[in-house]
Design a protein around this ligand. Structure first.
Ligand SMILES: NC(=O)c1ccc[n+]([C@@H]2O[C@H](COP(=O)([O-])OP(=O)(O)OC[C@H]3O[C@@H](n4cnc5c(N)ncnc54)[C@H](OP(=O)(O)O)[C@@H]3O)[C@@H](O)[C@H]2O)c1
Length: 333
């Protein structure tokens, strides 16, 4: 028999409008409606989760709220013929941890359309070491590859390289034979980035340049950008003929002051990457790659595993830009 309550990390607002958050127990009946009830074994920590933990209106629609855009676990109940009790499944994106209570809880209840069978070749924990970060990094790499950039074309630059998306993009690109230049604000992590596969490491300031010139000397065959703003603007202007910039993040800003010159003179492709609502067939294809041809060795060594009680300290680390690698939340014994 299922328990009647679940432990979770809850974000709520008091009568004065002050936000409180912490670990608590809530009735299972408070979960939103949905066809599939999943006992969560692992979730993960992402930049978007730290925003949700602050009740950021760009992520959270209503309070109280449970963050967690990722969840992996075992089906506990299903009214959908697609899923059966005890099946191992993964959920990333859609409205999980945004409009709907997310994976920082012992259970999630979601529409069947959000659920993906655990890809053969990955454990539940490995699927969350990857999580939305790995799923997004893989989409970025796929965009670079399918738009025709090969390892022979030159260096691929990755920003926010020690973060979740960044470190997995570095590892995936290196595995596929690309020469990777990692950009980081953490000088003490240069050795770690090289161990993950970067051929060289540069500081953040080297990819933020004066806006006045529409084009800069071409440096990059491609880019995976998690930062946005002035960094993304600089990377696009520094991308060589027919290069591809995969833009997925905004940790450094949302503005994009540019002219059309990189696109019409150099044929640069700006590939927008949004993993939240990727259609199912493409979603399954990305997971198949991550579990198969693009399977990364040493996933465990990328991850720090924590319990609900250590979420607060790790939210602070994300907000301070101090993340290195991936953080996995373990929710089952
Ligand atoms: N489009 C999508 O579907 C999608 C999916 C997942 C994530 N994202 C976005 O991708 C970004 C990264 O997410 P994540 O979960 O990987 O975050 P994360 O694990 O917190 O890593 C972010 C990294 O960015 C760098 N950074 C932090 N603040 C910065 C600043 N002000 N300027 C420049 N660099 C800074 C840091 O790396 P260094 O110290 O190494 O520079 C930090 O470790 C976020 O904007 C997130 O919203 C988008």
């Amino acid at each position: 028999m299922e328990p009647t309550s679940l432990a979770c990390f809850l974000v709520e607002k008091d009568a004065t409008g002050k936000i409180h958050r912490g670990v608590t127990e809530r009735p299972l009946a408070e979960l939103p409606p949905g066809e599939v009830l999943v006992r969560v074994h692992y979730s993960s920590l992402n930049y978007k989760d730290a925003l949700a933990a602050q009740a950021h209106p760009g992520v959270v629609r209503k309070l109280p709220h449970v963050p967690g855009i990722d969840a992996a676990g075992v089906v506990s109940e299903s009214t959908s013929p697609q899923f059966h009790k005890d099946q191992e499944v993964v959920i990333t994106g859609y409205e999980l941890g945004a409009a709907q209570w997310g994976g920082w809880a012992e259970y999630v209840r979601v529409p069947a359309g959000w659920v993906v069978p655990l890809p053969a070749g990955l454990s539940l924990k490995e699927s969350m070491i990857l999580g939305t970060a790995g799923f997004t990094a893989a989409q970025c790499v796929k965009a670079i590859q399918t738009n025709g950039v090969t390892p022979a074309d030159g260096e691929i630059v990755v920003t926010g390289a020690t973060g979740g998306v960044g470190c997995l993009a570095v590892k995936l690109l290196a595995k596929l034979g690309y020469t990777v230049v990692a950009v980081t604000g953490k000088p003490e992590q240069h050795g770690q980035l090289q161990a993950w596969g970067a051929s060289r490491v540069i500081g953040r300031e080297e990819v933020v340049k004066d806006h006045s010139k529409p084009l800069l000397a071409g440096r990059w065959a491609g880019a995976v950008d998690t930062v946005g703003g002035d960094t993304l603007t600089t990377l696009i202007r520094e991308t060589r003929n027919y290069g591809v910039v995969a833009a997925c993040g905004l940790v450094g800003g949302t503005e994009l002051p540019l002219t059309v010159h990189p696109f019409i003179l150099r044929g640069v492709t700006l590939a927008g990457i949004g993993s939240g609502a990727l259609p199912l067939a493409l979603r399954l294809g990305i997971w198949e790659r991550l579990a198969g041809a693009w399977r990364l060795d040493g996933l465990e060594s990328l991850a720090t595993t924590i319990g609900l009680g250590r979420l607060e300290a790790n939210i602070q680390r994300i907000l301070a830009g101090q993340v290195v690698g991936r953080t996995v939340l373990a929710l089952a014994d």
